[in-house]
Design a protein around this ligand. Structure first.
Ligand code: 5AD
Ligand code: SF4
Length: 485
């Protein structure tokens, strides 16, 4: 596999973008000083946490450029869609929005529309946009040059012409630009980009490129800055975090990185996603068990339970080795909760294969299962495989899978009733102003009576009731010491 090292260009390129930010800001300031209303943006994001995090960067830069948040497309001078292409329905949603914008732009031709992200990296998409949405879309960029938003927007504002900038290349990553965070106590940090696994169904390696890790020092500097800003919970992000650090000049393991992040004062919880089960090392399990700030919750995508399906998916583990990992994790951390992703209807999946998936679901006892019907992605090996599973069969298996997953989740939650846990309080409940909600260390959602002064605090509670998809609790006296009472 080609080795790529990441140049963290927080220097020159970052400064260049900061200059464009300043230029647009002064134009916007002048616009307001002339008595006009503040310019607004509307940001819409689809897909995974990686995309959500990219959009935080986009919004951070827009705010720095003097834009305020608008409520909807019709309330915005600048509209930006960050797209996903992992399944067909994500793409259809964007084309639906573009169809609507075709009409809207006739009413409001001054609104600037930008589209970016994974879908833009796919072959043919830019051509379609140029052909069919030329008057609708003003700016197109991809996954590798998110940081160039200020420059591209400036170019659009200056020339009035469409700006298209899609790279197939990605040797540099620019970090440390302004970013907006939706939650003052929780933040995500990219530790790596791209994926080398080439699972047969997955488009990600084609649209986010090869795996490349950030230097541990750069990750640590960012975590320290976030801690200084009051962040308590960090989620380390990568398509495949367990192979972190392998392409660095001085390779280090993901477990070592976790240990380094654990040292950062002020950070109380560390989460990470996503892990490929084939790469969960004993060192990682031991580190998770030993270091208290590392949360006892793991996303362990199963995808399928049948060995022959897993082999055709190119997942490089078996039903047995997956369940062995589950056993090891539970032996080291009896309280750990596991979440998963499952694809139903991968080409050639038989009823017997499907039963293997059901077996694993029953045994692994997930706290959340994200379930997907297989969606054919052009360019991936699975798209041309024989025996594509008919939609009706997929749908029927999907329902049966939920019939096993959901009661399992309720069952698992039952075990937590009567237990004492620490909750990081996030917000007031949407349904009751006297109730707050947050997450326990194992990521279960917990609700209890309380007021806004608890937001951002680690609060000890006792679980009193199982509501199937969340838990009700009562506050208990005493202090939390990190994640324990
Ligand atoms: N069809 C259906 N689901 C998919 N996923 C990835 N590619 C596809 C596809 N072609 C699912 C996997 C992955 C999650 C993010 O999306 O389960 O873990
Ligand atoms: Fe896709 Fe597999 Fe990489 Fe996950 S590990 S992003 S499923 S190729």
């Amino acid at each position: 596999m080609e080795e790529i090292r990441l140049a963290e260009l927080s220097g020159e390129e970052r400064l260049r973008q900061m200059e464009y930010i300043a230029k647009i800001r002064s134009e916007n300031d002048a616009w307001e000083a002339a008595g006009n209303p503040k310019k607004k943006y509307f940001s819409f994001v689809m897909g995974c946490q990686m995309n959500t995090h990219d959009s935080e960067k986009l919004v951070g830069m827009l705010k720095e450029m003097g834009y305020a948040e608008g409520d909807s497309e019709t309330d915005a001078d600048f509209i930006i869609y960050n797209t996903c292409c992992i399944r067909e329905n994500a793409e259809q949603k964007i084309y639906g929005k573009l169809g609507w914008l075709k009409h809207y732009k006739k009413i409001n031709p001054n609104a600037i529309v930008a589209i970016c992200g994974c879908m833009m990296q796919q072959e043919g998409v830019l051509q379609t946009i140029r052909r069919e949405y030329r008057r609708v879309v003003d700016m197109v960029f991809g996954t590798f040059n998110i940081y160039k938003l200020p420059e591209l927007l400036y170019r659009r504002l200056e020339t009035g012409k469409p700006v298209y900038d899609i790279w197939q290349d990605y040797e540099e990553v620019v970090e440390d630009l302004p970013r907006a965070r939706t939650n003052p106590f929780k933040a995500s940090v990219n530790i790596m980009y791209g994926c080398n696994n080439f699972c047969a169904y997955c488009i990600v390696p084609y649209v986010r490129g090869r795996e490349r890790s950030r230097e541990a020092e750069a990750v640590l500097a960012e975590v320290k800055q976030l801690a200084a800003d009051g962040v308590k919970e960090i989620t380390l992000l990568g398509q495949n975090v367990n192979s972190y650090g392998q392409t660095l000049e001085h390779p280090i393991s993901f477990a070592k990185l976790l240990q380094m992040v654990h040292e950062v004062e002020g950070i109380e919880r560390i989460r990470f996603t996503t892990s490929n089960p084939k790469d969960i090392s004993d060192e990682l399990i031991a580190t998770m068990a030993e270091y208290p700030k590392i949360c006892n919750n793991l996303h362990l995508p199963l995808q399928a339970g049948s060995d022959s399906v897993l082999q055709r998916m190119n997942r490089k583990y078996t039903k047995e080795s997956y369940l062995e990992q589950v056993k090891k994790l539970r032996a080291a951390m009896p309280d750990i909760t596991l979440t998963t992703d499952i694809i139903i209807g991968f080409p050639g999946e038989t009823e017997e294969d499907f039963q293997d998936t059901i077996d694993v679901v029953k045994e692994a006892k997930y706290s959340i299962g994200y379930t997907f019907m297989y969606s054919k992605r052009t360019g991936t090996p699975a798209a041309t495989m024989d025996n594509q599973v008919p939609d009706e069969v997929m749908r029927e298996r999907f329902e049966r899978l939920l019939g096993v997953l959901n009661p399992g989740i309720a069952e698992l939650h039952k075990d937590f009733v009567g237990r004492e846990m620490v909750v990081l309080v996030e917000e007031i409940s949407k349904n009751d102003p006297n109730v707050v909600t947050g997450r326990a260390e194992n990521n279960l959602a917990v609700y209890f009576e309380g007021s806004s002064d608890l937001i951002g605090k680690m609060v000890p509670v006792k679980i009193v009731y199982n509501k199937t998809f969340y838990l009700l609790a009562e506050r208990i006296l005493g202090e939390s010491h990190g994640n324990s009472i």
